[in-house]
Design a protein around this ligand. Structure first.
Ligand SMILES: Cc1ncc(COP(=O)(O)O)c(C=O)c1O
Length: 478
């Protein structure tokens, strides 16, 4: 193991800032000397390290110095061939891994409940996705993982599969390690690369948490470092450990997709997040897990709330994710708003649940959050709630009704939900968060799609795509 106490990129920026440089270069704020007086108090410290590709500060797109050293430390910590800092979130990493792995018309197996960045990557590549529908979690009422059985079925139904693209964990922190490692081994035996969107699992190398897909043998794994590690928003990692995909191919897409002026504060925060993670790994994660357990035990005592996890013994759940179901008159979105009214902001709600992301820290003090949580629900009478069913009831395997290259040929027109049924959707309709499309571009609109969309709308979801207030969507004008 390399010396993980080192922070080469942070040190380079720290040294540069302390040398009191005179800026005759971009960015225009000149290390904070030129800035609106409004907001200066928030920004000024960070602006001191918001530099550009100067001597000693290396270049993300051709790293030879501090960035290269920092990325090597990152690869060493995760035990991979190569790791990269990303400044455009996992979105950029997902796009790059897909473009590096697939060409136009390649058949790829893709988890149906993928983040939109995965689907956009497939569209950009012009690939032919075969969707694998995940199992449905009865207790939590959410989609979880793709089974090994479904993957084997897809391999026997389709020829020349280039890649298998899965998301693990799901947004609620669920992983099925056993099936995931079986899928990876099987895909490799059948000549396909495995790409994992592990956006929510950057901390999975810590003991007591689910295993990372890296240790299970995946070819490329993308982490939103900013989601669960202490990194700035947009800061992410891409790790490659593959005999199927060449690092140079990934690098060339990262150069195309990412800014030529990557943010140094984001990159430095990635160097420091790696250092933080390595320190937690060194001292052990028991204390952190203990803090989280104490928190969940105390929430469990609030009669208007129930903490839910998968009842499937094969699933491991990330301790950082806490899924709460209301046991009162509120639905998931309403409970989220009740928390917000007390000043507690949560990660996400769905019609049945509210999702919290706890801090990866031994110093987490739950008292204040617990007080707000109790205050938010105290006026509601504890009752058993009826669940809102969101099971799509779809076949385990499906495809687009029109492939991405063909979709481009048609104009689109806006129609009501009712009139859309039976037509091909011209857009993705995405409850956001989590950013997982209910309806895909190129998919034929069914009664079931409309039913699920209506359920989300009535429960109060926020959407990207379509006019969900008026219940209109874009279909292809064929
Ligand atoms: C599963 C998953 N993948 C990818 C992304 C995109 O990540 P980022 O926001 O880092 O671009 C998200 C964001 O919510 C996500 O939940």
């Amino acid at each position: 193991m390399m010396d993980q106490h080192r922070t080469p990129l942070f040190d380079a920026l720290d040294y540069h800032a302390k040398s009191q440089p005179q800026s005759m270069h971009v960015p225009g704020h000149k290390y904070g000397q030129v800035f609106s007086s409004k907001g200066y108090s928030y920004f000024h410290n960070v602006l001191e390290i918001d530099a550009t590709e100067l001597t000693g500060l290396d270049d993300l797109h051709h790293p030879e110095g501090a960035i290269l050293e920092s990325e090597r430390l990152l690869a060493n910590l995760y035990g991979v061939q190569k790791s990269y800092f990303l400044v455009n979130g996992s979105t950029g990493g997902n796009l790059a891994m897909i473009l590096a792995a697939c060409s136009s018309q390649d058949t790829v197996l893709v988890q149906r409940n993928s983040h939109k960045s995965i689907l956009n990557g497939l569209k950009m590549a012009g690939a032919r996705p075969v969707f694998l529908h995940p199992t449905y979690e009865e207790e939590v009422k959410v989609a979880s993982f793709v089974s090994f059985k479904t993957v084997k079925e897809a391999f026997s139904s389709y020829q020349n599969i280039k890649a298998v693209i899965l998301t693990s964990p799901n947004y609620y922190g669920m992983v099925n390690q056993t099936e995931l490692s079986q899928i990876i081994a099987y895909a490799h035996e059948n000549g396909a690369a495995v790409l994992i969107d592990e956006a929510h699992g950057a901390h999975f190398l810590l003991e007591g948490f689910p295993s990372s897909a890296i240790s299970l043998g995946a070819d490329i794994v993308v982490h939103s470092a900013h989601k669960t590690l202490p990194a700035m928003t947009m800061g992410s990692f891409l790790h490659i450990n593959s005999t199927f995909i060449k690092p140079e191919d990934v690098e060339s897409y990262l150069q195309i997709l990412q800014s030529s002026s990557p943010s140094y504060p984001i990159m430095v925060s990635l160097d420091l997040a790696r250092h933080y993670l390595a320190s937690v790994k060194e001292r052990g994660s028991n204390q952190i897990i203990e803090k989280m357990n104490v928190f969940t035990e105390r929430v469990k005592k609030i009669p208007q709330l129930k903490i839910v996890t998968s009842t499937n013994q094969a699933i491991q759940t990330d301790f950082l994710k806490v899924t709460i179901q209301p046991q009162c008159e509120l639905n998931g979105y309403q409970l989220q708003r009740a928390f917000e009214n007390e000043g507690l902001f949560t990660e996400m709600a769905d019609p049945n649940n509210v999702l919290l992301v706890l801090p990866l820290s031994e110093t987490f003090n739950a008292d204040e959050a617990l007080l707000l949580i109790k205050n938010a629900v105290k006026k509601y009478k504890p009752t058993k709630r009826n669940f809102i069913e969101l099971h799509s009831g779809a076949e385990a395997i499906s495809t687009l009704d029109l492939c991405y290259n063909e979709i481009k040929r048609y104009n689109k027109k806006v129609v009501s939900f009712r009139d859309a049924i039976g037509n091909i959707s011209g857009e993705m309709i995405i409850p956001y968060p989590p950013g997982i499309p209910v309806l895909m571009e190129g998919e034929r609109v069914t009664e079931q799609h409309v039913k699920i969309l209506t359920t989300y709308i009535e429960a109060g979801a926020h959407f990207q795509g379509g006019d969900m207030k008026g219940k209109y969507i874009n279909i292809l004008d064929m």
